[in-house]
Every structure is written in structure tokens, then in C-alpha cells.
Write a protein that binds this ligand. Structure first.
Ligand SMILES: O=C(O)c1ccccc1NCC(=O)[C@H](O)[C@H](O)COP(=O)(O)O
Length: 277
């Protein structure tokens, strides 16, 4: 039986086919080489600092989702992105998937023109073309979902990402995927607590999986943040960063909210480091 992820990818491949007919791979590759170098998202998320004392926020531009339907109209993604950057977001994630998330590369372009912090192109990356395309639009970070890729694809796409000067957020949902991400050489490892088969959110998954990750990679807690208590919980369990969509796009003051998440996260990290010493 096909999963939600399988169904999303069928649509992604169809849309990709249309774009490839409009702009062939050679042309998109050339466009990628014309861009200024990618910003260093790894450094922005804490880099090699040890221990990482700050809680970084990846703030997402997310209009709708398969699990919740419509979340926010976001008529002006550039304005939202400026709010995120002013609030202290380290990276902005822009969903570019059209059918289920109502995202687009036009949204991405609008955000790219508005802010000078690293941008994550959040999509379902299954073909080499999308990586050149991401870079051609000014992406600094791309998403690699371990559940959507086999070991060879994961490694090859990670290499291609690095060759293009970008970083990758390698997203995992299970112990096995964490091990595969580490084996592929992920430097930024996400634990997404939203089950892609049932779409249920189970925050307890984060602690279980984060506990397997050795020191080194940046650990990102993805999904399920409702407020600063959840951020503090993730940070206390090892998160260096949180990726937040719904709780920001549905909030009246995302700027204040991000600052609050950073404060609460930093306190929880300090407590975790104190417990360890
Ligand atoms: O959000 C969904 O319903 C969803 C369904 C299927 C695949 C991916 C999905 N979301 C992508 C994400 O990873 C989230 O947008 C991101 O982690 C932020 O989550 P949240 O803060 O819970 O909006």
C-alpha cells in the first residue's frame, strides 16, 4: 500500500517533469553557476562549536500541510521572512512543493530577495535536477528525507549538495534512518517526529533518536512545536535547533515567538550541559 510520502513524490515527479521540459538540466546547471556562493547554513546553525550553547531556530514559510490543511494565507512571504529574520531565525525554510503545501519557487525567490540569511529549499528531493534548481534560485540548504532515498541516493545527493556549495538537512524518523544518515556523512541531522505514514506527531520519538547521535552533527528537532515548553523539551534532550512551521505561521507575532524560543532553548541547553558536567 502506498504511503502519504509515496503519493507526494508521485506529484513531485510530475511537476518536475513539466519544469524540466521548460528548462532543461543543462540550462538550470548554468543558472546555478551564475549565483553567488551559497551562505554557510552549517555555521549559522552552530557549526563546529563545542558545546553548542545556543538554540537555533529554522523558521518555516508553510501555507498548508497534508496533516492540517490550510494553516495561513501568507500573501506576502517576503514580509513574513523579514519578520523571521528580525526575530533572530538562523535559517528560513521555504516549502516549494505545490500540490500538498501550496508552496512554490516563486515564494522562494520572494524570500531570497528579502533576507540575507541562509535559506532551506524544503521539498521532496528525488532527482539531480532539483539540486541544481535549488542552487539556481539561491538555496543554501536542501532537505534529504532518508525515507524517500536509498543508501546510494542519500550518499550521492549529499555529495552533489556539497559540490554545489550547499549543506543538507538529512531528515530521519527511525533509528535505522539515523544510522543511515550518519553512514552517509550527514553534518546536519534532523529528527522529524511526524510519522510520514500516519501523519501523527509523537514528540517522544525525538529523545529516543537523538540519544543515538554521537557528538558532531548538528541535531535539528523537526515538527510538533506548539510553544516554548516543547522547544525547551527538545533542547533539553539534545536539539541544537528546532524547525518550526505551524506555530509561527499561525501566531500573530512570529518575531517575538522566535526570540522566546531561543531564550527558553538556551536555558534548557545550559541545564543539560550542567547535568553532564
Ligand atoms: O506537515 C505535514 O503535514 C507533513 C506531511 C507530510 C510530509 C511532511 C510534512 N511536513 C513537513 C515538515 O517537516 C514540517 O513542515 C516541519 O517539520 C514543521 O512542522 P510543524 O512545526 O509541525 O508545522
Amino acid at each position: 500500500m502506498s504511503t502519504v510520502l509515496d503519493d507526494i513524490i508521485v506529484g513531485v515527479r510530475e511537476d518536475l517533469g513539466d519544469r524540466m521540459r521548460e528548462l532543461p538540466l543543462g540550462a538550470v546547471r548554468d543558472a546555478a553557476t551564475q549565483r553567488p556562493a551559497a551562505l554557510d547554513a552549517f555555521a549559522a546553525l552552530g557549526g563546529l562549536d563545542a558545546p553548542r550553547r545556543e538554540l537555533k531556530v529554522i523558521a518555516e514559510v508553510k501555507r498548508r500541510s497534508p496533516s492540517k490543511g490550510q494553516l495561513a494565507d501568507i500573501v506576502d512571504p517576503a514580509r513574513l521572512a523579514r519578520d523571521y529574520a528580525d526575530g533572530g531565525a538562523s535559517v528560513i525554510s521555504v516549502l516549494t512543493e505545490r500540490r500538498r503545501f501550496s508552496g512554490s519557487l516563486a515564494d522562494f525567490d520572494a524570500v531570497r530577495s528579502a533576507v540575507e540569511i541562509p535559506l532551506l529549499r524544503k521539498d521532496f528531493m528525488v532527482d539531480e535536477y532539483q539540486f541544481h534548481e535549488a542552487r539556481a534560485h539561491g538555496a543554501d540548504l536542501v532537505l534529504l528525507i532518508a525515507a524517500a532515498l536509498d543508501d546510494v541516493q542519500l550518499k550521492d545527493f549529499l555529495e552533489l549538495t556539497h559540490e554545489l556549495g550547499m549543506n543538507a538537512l538529512v531528515e530521519t524518523h527511525t533509528e535505522e534512518e539515523v544510522d543511515r544518515g550518519l553512514a552517509a556523512g550527514a553534518r546536519i541531522l534532523g529528527v522529524n517526529v511526524r510519522n510520514l505514514k500516519t501523519l501523527d506527531v509523537d514528540r517522544s520519538v525525538f529523545g529516543r533518536l537523538a540519544g543515538r547521535i554521537p557528538s558532531g552533527p548538528i541535531i535539528v528537532a523537526e515538527s510538533g512545536v506548539r510553544g516554548s515548553d516543547d522547544v525547551a523539551e527538545y533542547a533539553g534532550l539534545g536539539a541544537n535547533a528546532v524547525l518550526v512551521g505551524e506555530a509561527l505561521v499561525t501566531h500573530g507575532s512570529p518575531r517575538e515567538r522566535i526570540a522566546d524560543f531561543q531564550r527558553r532553548g538556551a536555558v534548557a541547553i545550559a541545564e543539560r550541559l550542567n547535568r553532564r558536567s
